[in-house]
Design a protein around this ligand. Structure first.
Ligand code: CAA
Length: 302
């Protein structure tokens, strides 16, 4: 039988963290959103409000539903306070192994003994994360996709020691969120990024070799394969630093040279061109504009 969970703590209030809070609150859970600074939490509450407004505008939810969902979210800067009474913690901090291991060590100390600890990691080993806790059976991957309120998938990753009952609880909970869960085992990149990242990397190598320009590569993949975004735009949307770190996990973990990150990707990350979050990646982004303008640095490749 599934464990009953009423309160969920989400660690991190960035794009993924606030999206995860959004869907849990909308599905009737009490949500504790935790970040290390109050400014980030205030910004995240503003983002959740704006994203719920989109749903109100198109009639998916009422203004009252929105207010009730927002009312279910409390913000915290102290971890011990944030996890009090929670049956589940979903960690959605930056994709950095040392940071995540440190967070899980602290969570293990502060959370109730029966609390499930989930990570939204896109590639870091769940078994490794679980190994720094005293409850490896209760550690699992709960990988949401961006934008969380829109994307239907939750990739559930079972670590080597994850209890079957914990997998079932997280599976049922994902269904309760209106998502479609899919189970994967703990290998580098799991399923989603093991398949997505080599495609993005190949698109970057295709650009690097001058096979075609940015707009052409994206249009070919968008219109030819019915993808909602071309791979280069998607890389900007995910964050080029995140793409690079996932490719490094694949390359180091599987050891096959086919996963080696494109030199152009490495250079762009080193130059701070990280995609939408930095204002420029393969495209240049102007706040308030939806136009896709190819970065001047790459416009010579046609
Ligand atoms: N919250 C709520 N609703 C949102 C939203 C958000 N954050 N973002 C978009 N929407 C809604 C819009 O209101 C709109 O709703 P309607 O169609 O009902 O009017 C709908 O989503 C489409 O949005 P837009 O019209 O603004 O723009 P679009 O049609 O270009 O779609 C997109 C935007 C949904 C992001 C689409 O381009 C898309 O699906 N892109 C691919 C996304 C993807 O592949 N995500 C996975 C990335 S990988 C990942 O996350 C994990 C990892 O490990 C790297």
């Amino acid at each position: 039988m599934s464990q009953q969970i009423n309160t969920v703590t989400v660690i991190g209030s960035g794009t993924m963290g606030n999206g995860i809070c959004h869907v849990f609150a909308q599905s009737g859970f009490n949500v504790h959103m935790m970040d290390i600074n109050q400014g980030a939490l205030d910004k995240a509450m503003g983002t959740i409000g704006k994203n719920m407004d989109r749903q109100v505008t198109k009639g998916a939810i009422s203004e009252e539903d929105k207010q009730q969902a927002i009312g279910r979210i409390k913000t915290f800067t102290d971890m011990a306070e944030a996890v009090k009474g929670s049956g589940l913690v979903v960690e959605a901090a930056t994709e950095n192994i040392d940071l995540k291991l440190n967070i899980f060590r602290q969570l293990d100390q502060h959370c109730d003994a029966d609390c499930i600890l989930a990570s939204n990691t896109s590639s870091i080993s769940i078994t490794k994360i679980a190994s720094v806790t005293s409850r490896p059976g209760k550690v699992i991957g709960m990988h949401f996709m961006n934008p969380v309120p829109v994307m239907k998938l939750v990739e559930i990753i079972n670590g080597y020691a994850t209890d079957a009952a914990v997998s079932k609880t997280i599976y049922d909970l994902s269904v309760q969120l209106g998502k479609t869960p899919c189970m994967a085992n703990d290998y580098p990149g799991f399923v989603a990024n093991r398949i997505l990242m080599p495609m993005i990397n190949e698109a970057i190598i295709t650009l690097q070799e001058g096979v075609a320009g940015v707009a052409e590569i994206d249009t070919i993949m968008k219109l030819g394969m019915a993808h909602p975004m071309g791979p280069l735009q998607l890389a900007d949307f995910i964050g080029l630093d995140t793409c690079l770190s996932i490719l490094n996990v694949l390359h180091n973990g599987i050891g096959n040279p086919k996963y080696a990150p494109a030199t152009l990707l490495v250079n762009m990350v080193q130059a701070g061109r990280l995609g939408t979050k930095s204002g420029e990646g393969f495209y240049k982004y102007t706040p308030g504009s939806k136009d896709l303008v190819v970065s001047e640095r790459l416009a010579h490749i046609k």
